[in-house]
Design a protein around this ligand. Structure first.
Ligand SMILES: Cc1cc2nc3c(=O)[nH]c(=O)nc-3n(C[C@H](O)[C@H](O)[C@H](O)COP(=O)(O)OP(=O)(O)OC[C@H]3O[C@@H](n4cnc5c(N)ncnc54)[C@H](O)[C@@H]3O)c2cc1C
Length: 613
C-alpha cells in the first residue's frame, strides 16, 4: 500500500547507526528547535545478531561523546573502560600460547584522557531512545530512493515502512546508512580499489565470544610493570600481513571482540573467510587468542572481504552530506573510524546551523569543512600504506607507530580540543601542510621502512609510551599546552600551535635518529633526508611564529570563562562563622519526640545496657 504520507523536516538522516544517532543528538543539542527525522530498518530493540565492529574509542571520539554529546556518565555506567592500546609481536612463530611469548609495547598507565570500549548494540539502542525522548522522529523503515535537488531546493526521501511507503522532505539530507552508499552510488562519489587508497587492499574477519577466562591473557597481577589493567585495554597482535584486535566489550558477560585485519597480498580471502579457517589461523599463529576463544562461548562470526573506500566529496553545495561508513573507512588499526565521524558531525552541524540562519559565510564554511574532512580522512588513509609488508616486523612497526603517534597526540588531539577544525583561517593553512606531509614525508618514510623490512634490519623496539627514548623526557602522548589542567575547552582556547611547534621539532629529532639507526651516515647525509629534516624544523619555526601571533590575539582572555566568572564572583566572598537555625521555636512538641527518639537510639545502639537497667 502506498499512502503517500508526506512529512517535512529540516534534516533527514538516513541510517541510525553510530554516525546517524550521534549526528542527530549533536544537531538537537546545538539547534534545539530543529526538526530531525532518523530512518533505519533495524528494530529499536536490537539483538545480539546486530553486533557491529567499531568498539574501541580514542581520545577525539571519547571527548566528542563526553563533551559534545554529554554521555560520559552514560558511558561509565554502561560500557567498558579502556586503558589505552597495547601492541604485541610474537617472539617466535612457533610459540604464541602465552602473553610472555610476545614482545610488547604496553600502555603502562591510565591515559590522561579516559576512553571506552563500547558495546555497539547497547550504545545504539540507548542513544536511539535518548534521541526519541529529545523529540527526534524515528521512522523504522528502509530508504528506497532519494531525490537530490540542487542547492536549497527541497529533497525527498522515499521510505518503505512495513508495507507502506512514506515520503520525507527536507532541505538537508545526511547519508549515515553505512555501506548501503545511498548517496555515494547516486552521485558517483565513491572511490574503491587499492589504486585509489594508497595501495590499501584489506579484508576483515571478526567474532564475539563471551564468558572467556581472561586469566589466559593476563591474571591482572603486574606490580612492577604497570599502574593500569592490561586486559581492559585494546590489545593488538601482529604478524606477517595482518594485525588482530582483542577488545573487551562487556565486563559482566566477559565478552570479547576478536578480529583480524588481513592484507589480501599476504593472506587471501579464501584462507580466512570462515569461522573454522579463522580459528585454525589463530591456533597456529596466535594461540593465546585461540585459547581465549575456546575458553568461552562463541556469539557470532563475520567476514568482510573489502574494508576500505573513500568519498570525493563529503559535504556538497547541494545540501547533502555523507558521514561515517557512508563516506569512508580504511582500516581499524588506530580506531579512527569514530574519530573521523566526530570531526564530520561537528562540521555538518556548523554548516546546517549557518545555512538555517542564512549566515553570509555558510557556503564558505561548507567548502572549507569539506576540504578539511576530505584532507583529514586522506591523512588517515596514508597511515595504512604498506602495512602488508611491515606489520609483522616488530622493530620497524614500533618506529612507525611512534612517528604516527607523535602527530596524533601532538597535533590532532589539541586541534580537536580547541575546535580548530572549525576555524576557517586555521583550516586553510593546516590543510596545505597536511596534504604536503601526506604526499611527502609519510610515503617517503614508508618506502624506507620497506627497505629495512626487506633487509631484515633490527633498529630496536621504540616504545611510544615511555619517556626514555628521545631527548628531554619526550613521549608521544605528551601535551604541550595545559588544556586539560586548565579546562581550555572553549573554541580556540587550546594552544594548537604549541603542539605543532613541538611535534615538528621532535619529529625532526626522531627523523635524524631513524636515519642514523636505519641507514648510518649515508642516511644522515642524503640530500633528500636533509631536506626533510630541515623542512620539519622550518615547520616548527612556522608554528612558533603562529604561536606568537595567537598569544598576542588571546592576551587577557581567560583560559576558561566559567572559572573566570566564578573567580570574579568570589571576590565578594566573605566567610560567616554561623549556621542558619534549623530547630523551630514553635515546635516544642517535636523537641519532646526528638528526645524520645534519641533514647530509643541509645537502646538500639547499646542493647546490653538496656538489659541491665
Ligand atoms: C573490522 C573493523 C573494525 C573497526 N573497529 C573500529 C574501532 O575499534 N574503533 C572505531 O572507531 N572504528 C572502528 N571501525 C570503524 C567503525 O566500525 C565505523 O566507523 C562505524 O561503525 C561506522 O558507523 P556508521 O554509523 O557509519 O555505520 P553503521 O554502523 O553501519 O550504521 C549504518 C546504519 O544504516 C542503516 N541502514 C542501512 N541501509 C539503510 C537504508 N536503506 N535506509 C535506512 N537505513 C539504512 C543500518 O541499519 C545501520 O543502522 C572498524 C571498522 C571495521 C571494518
Amino acid at each position: 500500500m502506498d499512502n503517500n504520507q508526506s512529512l517535512e523536516y529540516d534534516v533527514v538522516i538516513m541510517g541510525a547507526g553510530f554516525a546517524g544517532l550521534c549526528q542527530a543528538r549533536h544537531l538537537k543539542l546545538n539547534i534545539p528547535n530543529i526538526k530531525i527525522a532518523l530512518i533505519d530498518p533495524r528494530s529499536e530493540q536490537q539483538q545480539a545478531k546486530d553486533l557491529k565492529v567499531g568498539e574501541s574509542l580514542v581520545e577525539v571520539a571519547s571527548l566528542f561523546l563526553f563533551k559534545e554529546l554529554g554521555l560520559h556518565e552514560y558511558l561509565i555506567e554502561n560500557h567498558v573502560p579502556k586503558i589505552g592500546l597495547n601492541f604485541h609481536w610474537p617472539k617466535s612463530l612457533e610459540k604464541t600460547a602465552d602473553i610472555e611469548d610476545y614482545y610488547h609495547i604496553w600502555t603502562n598507565r591510565q591515559p590522561p584522557i579516559v576512553s571506552f570500549q563500547i558495546n555497539r548494540v547497547k550504545f545504539e539502542r540507548d542513544l536511539l531512545k535518548m534521541n526519541q525522548t529529545a523529540g527526534i522522529a524515528f521512522h523504522k523503515g528502509y530508504v528506497v530512493d532519494v531525490a537530490l535537488t540542487p542547492g536549497d531546493a527541497i529533497k525527498t526521501v522515499d521510505v518503505k515502512v512495513g508495507s507502506e511507503k512514506i515520503t520525507l522532505k527536507a532541505k538537508h539530507i545526511i547519508d549515515a546508512a553505512g555501506r548501503k552508499f545511498i548517496i555515494g552510488r547516486k552521485t558517483d562519489n565513491l572511490l574503491f580499489g587499492s589504486e585509489n587508497l594508497f595501495g590499501l587492499n584489506n579484508g576483515a574477519t571478526w567474532m564475539r565470544v563471551k564468558n572467556v577466562d581472561r586469566n589466559i591473557f593476563h591474571d591482572g597481577y603486574d606490580p612492577e610493570g604497570s599502574t593500569g589493567s592490561h586486559y581492559y585495554a585494546t590489545n593488538h597482535y601482529f604478524g606477517h600481513g595482518h594485525w588482530l584486535w582483542m577488545i573487551p566489550i562487556d565486563t559482566q558477560a566477559m565478552e570479547l571482540s576478536i578480529g583480524i585485519m588481513h592484507h589480501h597480498d599476504v593472506i587471501p580471502a579464501k584462507h580466512i573467510n570462515t569461522q573454522d579457517k579463522f580459528l585454525a589461523f589463530l591456533r597456529e599463529n596466535h594461540n593465546i587468542l585461540y585459547r581465549l576463544i575456546e575458553s568461552g562461548e562463541k556469539v557470532d562470526f563475520h567476514y568482510r572481504p573489502q574494508v576500505a573506500h573513500r568519498s570525493k566529496t563529503m559535504f556538497s553545495p547541494d545540501n547533502w552530506y555523507v558521514i561515517g561508513d557512508a563516506a569512508c573507512i580504511f582500516d581499524a588499526f588506530y580506531s579512527l573510524g569514530t574519530t573521523m565521524i566526530a570531526f564530520a558531525i561537528e562540521s555538518v552541524t556548523e554548516i546546517i546551523q549557518a545555512k538555517l540562519a542564512n549566515a553570509a559565510d555558510a557556503e564558505q564554511k561548507r567548502s572549507a569543512y569539506n576540504e578539511f574532512n576530505v584532507a583529514y580522512t586522506r591523512s588517515v588513509n596514508i597511515l595504512y600504506r604498506d602495512h602488508a609488508k611491515q606489520l609483522g616486523h616488530a622493530s620497524i612497526m614500533s618506529w612507525r607507530i611512534y612517528f604516527e603517534y607523535m602527530w596524533w597526540f601532538g597535533v590532532i588531539v589539541p586541534l580537536y580540543v580547541g575546535k580548530w577544525h572549525l576555524d576557517l583561517e586555521f583550516i586553510n593553512l593546516f590543510v596545505k601542510n597536511l596534504n604536503s606531509n601526506v604526499d611527502g614525508i609519510f610515503p617517503e618514510l614508508y618506502k624506507q621502512f620497506n627497505q629495512l623490512v626487506e633487509r631484515g634490519t633490527n633498529i630496536g623496539l621504540l616504545d611510544c609510551y615511555r619517556a626514555d627514548q628521545l631527548i628531554w623526557d619526550y613521549y608521544t602522548p605528551k601535551h604541550f599546552d595545559n588544556f586539560l589542567e586548565n579546562a581550555k575547552l572553549e573554541p580556540l582556547h587550546c594552544n594548537v600551535f604549541a603542539g605543532l611547534k613541538n611535534t615538528c621539532f621532535y619529529a625532526a629529532l626522531w627523523y635524524a635518529m631513524f636515519q642514523w639507526r636505519g641507514f648510518g651516515i649515508q642516511g644522515i647525509l642524503n640530500l633528500r633526508h636533509l631536506y626533510q629534516f630541515f623542512r620539519l624544523l622550518a615547520l616548527s619555526v612556522q608554528a612558533a611564529v603562529g604561536e606568537l601571533i595567537y598569544k598576542s590575539r588571546i592576551k587577557g582572555l581567560p583560559t576558561n570563562s566559567q572559572i573566570e566568572k566564578m573567580r570574579q564572583e568570589f571576590k565578594s566572598y566573605q566567610y560567616r562563622p554561623e549556621l542558619r537555625p534549623w530547630i523551630s521555636e514553635l515546635s516544642s512538641q517535636a523537641e519532646v519526640s526528638s528526645g524520645l527518639e534519641s533514647q530509643e537510639v541509645n537502646q538500639v545502639e547499646n542493647p546490653e545496657l538496656s538489659m541491665l537497667r
